[in-house]
Ligand binder design. Structure first.
Ligand code: SF4
Length: 365
């Protein structure tokens, strides 16, 4: 009989220095049996222990290719689900803190999306005319919904290619949960704003008229990222007044008005690449999560590059922040004792359909 799992409460009050030493020791003990994934938005005390760092899709794919039996995802819930879906059957996906969710992902659930799909039948035949597209920042059952209805998943890196594929299948797209990624991408594909309508999931027929739905090319779910919505166009204006030579770069989860003022728009990987490859002594105003911006600022400082956070107030992803060294240590020491805690397992019926939508994306992009 295996020993009982170590209790989380015994780790909660440990100081970060003790956690640091014990995490290193537990990692050494686990060796190649365990891989730690660190999303770009994780805090430094956790990020530094990651075997792989990057965006959520890249991390899941790296983990699936590795020999590791245990995948510890320092990120949020939907990411650990994607890791589980794309991993081999013998691999186990673990989220150090089960409360690490994503406020944007929570803005769309299966019931509300099913209701939207049903209501659309009052105006058109969605199976024939609408491709459902879910941003990877969504629950596994919504990816499964897309798998079932000939839809697809997208990331912030490949959203344009995925929309092009979607329009090649059917004339309209239902895009969830992030309205901003959908609108910013559609606009750059020359889709007029009045052909991208916002589906308010709290209202019958999304608060739209039948005529608006008939005319729409993209129906945007009224979801957003609570972190990226903090950036405002006036933050850019005020900064440029003082430093007109600044280059502005924003994540497409930022509002349309912010992205309109940015010279560069792209995913976290794009932001990192663009600034790393820029000429020395350039100044940048960056609209994405604070932990990534702070680390990048330190990294490129020796080249004389100045990196500024777009918002004057501190805004970091509070759910990413939930993964602290104490939770990471708790998970690792349990694994070292042969105990799996906080496993994320997507039911096979959803996993199969979600995998279909994810694999469609991987083929297209
Ligand atoms: S930054 Fe926004 S989209 Fe990303 S995990 Fe946090 S709430 Fe979700």
């Amino acid at each position: 009989m295996s020993a009982p799992a170590l209790a989380l409460q015994d780790f909660a009050l440990l100081d970060d220095t003790e956690c640091e030493e014990r995490i290193v020791a537990a990692k050494r003990k686990l060796g190649s049996r365990c891989v730690i994934l660190g999303h770009h938005y994780q805090r430094d005390e956790v990020f530094r222990h990651a075997d792989f760092t990057g965006d959520s899709l890249r991390l899941s794919r790296e983990a699936a290719k590795s020999d590791a039996q245990y995948i510890v995802f320092c990120g949020v819930h939907f990411m650990a689900e994607v890791a589980d879906i794309l991993s081999r059957p013998e691999q186990v996906s673990i989220l150090p803190d089960l409360a690490a969710g994503c406020s944007m992902a929570d803005m769309a659930n299966r019931q509300a999306v099913e209701r939207c799909w049903r209501e659309l039948t009052q105006v058109l035949d969605p199976e024939q005319t609408v491709t459902p597209v879910t941003y990877i920042n969504s629950a596994a059952d919504l990816k499964a919904f897309c798998g079932k209805h000939n839809g697809i998943v997208c990331t912030s890196s490949n959203a344009r290619k995925i929309l092009e594929w979607s329009f090649a299948q059917r004339e309209k797209v239902l895009f969830f949960p992030d309205q901003h990624l959908g609108r910013n991408t559609g606009y750059r594909m020359d889709i007029p704003l009045d052909e991208m309508v916002t589906w308010d999931f709290t209202k019958p027929l999304g608060g739209l008229t039948k005529e608006q739905i008939r005319k729409a090319r993209i129906i945007l779910w009224k979801g957003f990222c609570s972190v990226h919505q903090m950036f405002r166009p006036e933050h850019i204006d005020r900064f440029l007044e003082r430093h007109p030579d600044t280059r502005v770069i924003a994540h497409p989860e930022c509002s349309f008005e912010v992205c309109q003022k940015a010279q560069y728009i792209g995913s976290t990987e794009y932001i990192l690449k663009t600034i790393r490859e820029a000429e020395p002594n350039t100044r940048w105003l960056v609209g994405t999560e604070l932990n990534l911006v702070n680390r990048l600022a330190q990294e490129v400082k020796p080249e004389g590059k100045e990196i500024h956070f777009m918002s004057p107030t501190v805004c970091m992803c509070s759910t990413m922040f939930r993964t602290d060294p104490q939770h990471l240590l708790w998970v690792l020491e349990n694994l070292a004792e042969g105990q799996v805690v906080n496993r994320i397992k997507v039911p096979e019926s959803d996993a199969r359909l979600a995998r279909l939508a994810l694999n469609r994306m991987l083929q297209v992009a």
